[in-house]
Design a protein around this ligand. Sequence first.
Ligand SMILES: [Zn+2]
Length: 189
Amino acid sequence: MSEEKNPPSSDMAKFREFFSKAKHIVVLTGAGVSAESGVPTFRGAGGLWRKWKAQDLATPEAFASNPSLVWEFYHYRREVMSSKHPNKAHIAIAECEKRLKPQGRRVVVITQNIDELHKRAGSENILELHGNLFTTRCTKCGDVSVNKDSPICPALAGKGGGGEGGAQGSQNKCNNTFELPHSYSANFA
Ligand SMILES: [Zn+2]
């Protein structure tokens, strides 16, 4: 095997020197940054909602075949966020953006997360690769709106139980679509 030409460096002093000169900075985040805030990912071992992994429900196909089930899952995830808060990492990233801005240096957060914790921490330049829990898109007219209603429609009140690791909760096999404003679908993530 040939030696890598530019192996990743773990030299913090060099990083600081490089960072101090950087004008355009990207912070790429995923589930790890929100784990410290207690946000469940529903991915991997033990991360199930009822019997599903997030990947199994977070698709247009899953929504088409069982919209009420997918909505229960997203309702649950929306509700969970009311007790979760940005942690020190979210706050440090937001402060970095604020501190560097007056120096003409731009920080962009690119995140896979849908929990809005970067925004709540104060970050302004955020690209959410998978959308977020509180932005909906109408399946009929394409209307995209911010919606923080809890529940988003009366039919979802008290639904969504049987959270991570839980096998309890009724398994919803019906294909009824709830009455949602603009026939909202979740942003899949
Ligand atoms: Zn519509």
